[in-house]
Design a protein around this ligand. Structure first.
Ligand code: MEV
Length: 286
């Protein structure tokens, strides 16, 4: 029997712009998905296309038990975490000897297949490796970890990443002279943020600007606006949509002493709050 876990992730900066080759920063966060795999001739496992695909690709049979601290469809990379943790546990239980890199790449291929062509290589990479990552086009570079105090607010409004990505593509097609400068500005914010990683006040201001630009791209939602405003009003340095938007989750960067207050304000607006910080581990054996 082998139990492995893998973390969720947030985009600190640059979602949507990253689809067009602009730089973005993503970070693994503490909530995790735990997956136990046991060799079995009569496998029992949850009904999940991701898990089924993991066993098909690895060419083995086994039972699975999943425990998740991540809400699905919340924009926190839960399907990537399930896939990475399942592949890692299979790898261990059946002594297959694959590398972390191979697991991340295979997890991405599985996400792409299950999600019919649209998947984020960022989600699987960050879940497998942990830490803070700068993504530019195909390249991914680990950044020095920063102990940022974050509150994640799940709007509980399910969203479709594919739909939101398509919506931005349409805007870009119909109004290139408007949409492209917005995407460029998001990329510039990411670059500016790298220089201010240890200055939370400045970083918070950049998050507010990034949020406004995401709303300008049309990926806002009344529920995420409510949570962002509540987080700012209760003492966050800054707050923004994280991930594809159209519902999903927001993040608020907070002074340590304001975390509980910000989480309370999010819950008072019918969001679900998670107080969290960076997870430097990636996939790990439990
Ligand atoms: C979704 O979590 C983030 C997007 O930038 C899409 C992607 O990076 O693949 C909207």
């Amino acid at each position: 029997m082998a139990t492995w876990s893998a973390p969720g992730k947030v985009f600190l900066f640059g979602e949507h712009a990253v689809v067009y080759g602009k730089p973005a920063i993503a970070m693994a966060i503490k909530p995790r998905v735990f997956v136990t795999v046991r060799k079995s001739r009569n496998p029992t496992r949850p009904k999940s296309p991701y898990i089924n695909e993991c066993f098909r690709v690895m060419g083995v049979r086994g039972s699975v038990y999943v425990r998740s601290q991540l809400q699905s469809s919340s924009g926190l990379g839960s399907s990537a975490a399930v896939t990475v943790a399942t592949l890692s546990a299979i790898n261990d239980e059946f002594n297959l000897g694959y590398s972390r890199e191979y697991i991340a790449e295979t997890a991405f291929a599985i996400e792409k297949k299950v999600q019919k062509g649209r998947a984020s290589p960022t989600d699987t990479y960050v879940s497998a490796n942990g830490g803070m990552v700068l993504i530019t086009g195909e390249s991914k570079r680990r950044l020095p970890p920063e102990n940022l105090h974050l509150v994640v607010g799940n709007t509980m409004v399910p969203h479709s990443t594919a739909k939101m990505v398509e919506q931005v593509a349409n805007l870009r097609q119909h109004h290139p002279t408007i949409a492209n400068p917005i995407l460029d500005a998001i990329g510039e914010l990411t670059l500016a943020a790298i220089r201010e990683m240890s200055n939370p006040k400045e970083l918070g201001q950049y998050m507010d600007m990034n949020h406004a630009l995401l709303e300008a791209l049309g990926v806002g939602h009344p529920a995420s606006s409510r949570l962002v405003l509540a987080a700012r009003a209760s003492g966050a340095y800054g707050a923004k949509i994280t991930g594809a938007g159209g519902g999903g989750s927001i993040i608020a960067l907070c002074p340590r002493r304001a975390k509980n207050r910000v989480a309370g304000a999010i819950e008072a607006c019918e969001g679900r709050a998670i107080i969290t910080t960076i997870d430097t581990d990636g996939a790990r054996e439990e």
